[in-house]
Design a protein around this ligand. Structure first.
Ligand SMILES: [Zn+2]
Length: 268
């Protein structure tokens, strides 16, 4: 984004979100600390292969109750190649082998959980959302503030006339639509202070904002669409039984807490 517009925005992630106290709400990591769980985690700060090797060693050593590995590699590969990519396919095979190796090499039963935070949609079309808005006789930063993500454009209005003009201009964009407050509320995305935009224009699954503040060139896969699209579905797999009421990403933390309770019971 233009550097002089940075001052209009705040950062969403100021601390280490994978550590206790790193989120502005109570997290699983805070809970692990309160429970006195012996745990260790790896995130994007450690290269994936190194993180896995250290995780495998830690599983074998058996000194922890909870081990967590996060990787963003598959996300990056899917963005670059799309769901049919050769390296995506190869990486899925690698994860399969790693998961089996973890289970087999522990020398005792381990409870494994494999989860993702979103799916990925293959990109089929490009929308020139910025061009439509830039063509209007209203200035970004003066008449309105805008943030152009890969799949949505978010606006904060400074004048009613700018709002009317931008809304009308994007009503003519066939690849997206304005979200209503009811839709935002249903997704848990209606914020009282409108921190994330007064109005949100969302593209249909498979369409990409080109250019956007995220990049000037197209990519092959993207997420951040209507969560009801089948390719947006995330994954939760386990060698433990998954209760029928664990259906949504937001159910995962509570489920893992119950698993920790079960682990404590088993140990006692
Ligand atoms: Zn991504």
């Amino acid at each position: 984004m233009p550097p002089h517009e940075l001052a209009q925005f705040d950062l969403a992630e100021k601390a280490d979100i994978f550590a206790p106290g790193g989120l502005p709400l109570d997290s699983l990591w805070d809970s692990l600390q309160r429970r006195g769980v012996r745990w260790r985690g790896w995130n994007w700060r450690t290269p994936e292969a190194q993180a896995f090797a250290e995780l495998r060693d830690a599983v074998r050593a058996g000194a922890h109750d909870f081990l967590f590995l996060y990787t963003a590699d598959l996300d990056a590969l899917l963005h670059r190649e799309g769901s049919g990519g050769a390296n995506v396919h190869e990486r899925m095979g690698r994860y399969d082998a790693w998961t089996r190796e973890l289970a087999a090499s522990a020398g005792r039963p381990v409870w494994l959980y494999l989860c993702s935070d979103h799916g990925m949609v293959d990109v089929k079309s490009h929308a020139g959302v910025m061009a439509r808005v830039d063509a209007l006789p209203y200035a970004r930063g003066r008449d309105y503030v805008a943030f152009y993500d890969s799949t949505m454009a978010r606006f904060w209005w400074r004048t009613p006339a700018a709002r009317d003009a931008v809304r009308a201009a994007l009503d003519a964009e066939p690849l997206g639509r304005w979200l209503t407050d009811d839709e935002l509320r249903a997704e848990g995305a209606l914020f009282e202070k409108r921190e994330y935009g007064d109005d949100v224009f969302l593209l249909e699954p498979g369409a990409l904002l080109v250019p956007s503040f995220m990049g000037s060139r197209a990519v092959a896969g993207m997420h951040g669409y209507d969560a009801s699209h089948p390719d947006m579905t995330a994954l939760l797999a386990s060698n433990r039984e998954l209760p029928a009421d664990v259906r949504h990403l937001a159910d995962l933390r509570g489920f893992l807490e119950r698993e920790l309770d079960a682990l404590a019971t088993e140990a006692a």
